[in-house]
Design a protein around this ligand. Sequence first.
Ligand SMILES: NC(=O)C1=CN([C@@H]2O[C@H](COP(=O)(O)OP(=O)(O)OC[C@H]3O[C@@H](n4cnc5c(N)ncnc54)[C@H](OP(=O)(O)O)[C@@H]3O)[C@@H](O)[C@H]2O)C=CC1
Ligand SMILES: Nc1nc(=O)c2c([nH]1)NC[C@@H]1CN(c3ccc(C(=O)N[C@@H](CCC(=O)O)C(=O)O)cc3)C=[N+]21
Length: 275
Amino acid sequence: MKTLTGKDLAAAIRAQAQAEAAAGPQPRLAVVVATDDEASLWYVRSIAKAAAGVGIACDVVDLGRDATPGHIGETLARLSADANVHGLMLQTPLPAGASAQELAAAIDPRKDVDGANPLSLGRLAAGLPAFPPATAAAVMALLDHHEVELHGRRAVVVGRSTVVGKPLAHLLLDRHATVTVCHSRTRDLASVTATAEVLVAAVGRAGLIGAGHVAHGAVVIDVGTNPTDDGGLTGDVDFEAVSRVAGALTPVPGGVGPVTTALLLRHTARAANLP
Ligand SMILES: NC(=O)C1=CN([C@@H]2O[C@H](COP(=O)(O)OP(=O)(O)OC[C@H]3O[C@@H](n4cnc5c(N)ncnc54)[C@H](OP(=O)(O)O)[C@@H]3O)[C@@H](O)[C@H]2O)C=CC1
Ligand SMILES: Nc1nc(=O)c2c([nH]1)NC[C@@H]1CN(c3ccc(C(=O)N[C@@H](CCC(=O)O)C(=O)O)cc3)C=[N+]21
């Protein structure tokens, strides 16, 4: 079994982001936050730190956990219109009653470095240029980095969120994989996932994918980031059990996560260099 780590790839992508950032005006990323969710705030801090390391300015605009949809929408509209801001991201989760999908429509698609505006997803589905969500792009980057063949192969994605599952299905289809998307109403999940040559888990349930869900030799990408009791992080895949069946498997931490952050920065550098 091969462990598909993301750390080296993330470092290479950060180096590209740094080179692209140096080629034009200094890129600026604005991250709008309206939560006190610890995992989410950890991600924001790691984005800010990584941005500083590659010469990208990062503004964290924290509106507080009680921000109204109106205030969040106005903030996104203001930052979309601000010529000094090249990348704009709305962090989830949001306060009850606020819809990420509706609010993200206020993000200028040219600045939509996490592919959250419904227009970006539509353009992705139509095969037009758009920034994909960084997480979906990270899965593709990991598969390419480790030279996993997709053409004509059976891919199964578990999870149908707008952030991961749906955009990823389009990206895999573009690469000529035969794609099946599973979700919470899928009957007999294991019988579907066991048909996968490439299996992606993006659910948010620790250990959901066990050895019985995986075909011998399959390539398994674990997107899940679930907090453990001891303050650590674990994926959706039972690493121990699945590593005895799979041909290749990403670790959590150290797999998709670091690549996601790096790609968000590369998207921001590209947004700053758009003509
Ligand atoms: N490493 C990274 O860079 C990132 C990691 N993540 C992590 O990825 C995971 C998924 O995130 P996200 O897509 O935002 O999560 P969501 O909660 O938005 O979506 C979860 C999906 O999983 C499906 N699901 C839930 N339970 C089951 C089940 N028992 N069997 C099959 N499918 C199920 C849901 O189905 P239904 O639609 O029917 O409800 C839904 O489509 C989380 O752990 C998150 O923290 C997310 C973003 C970035
Ligand atoms: N609009 C939006 N887009 C997102 O992409 C998004 C979001 N909201 N909300 C929260 C989730 C979560 N997420 C992570 C990204 C990287 C790591 C990551 O790099 N984790 C490290 C380890 C972290 C640790 O050890 O604690 C790793 O996997 O190696 C984790 C989680 C992005 N998310």
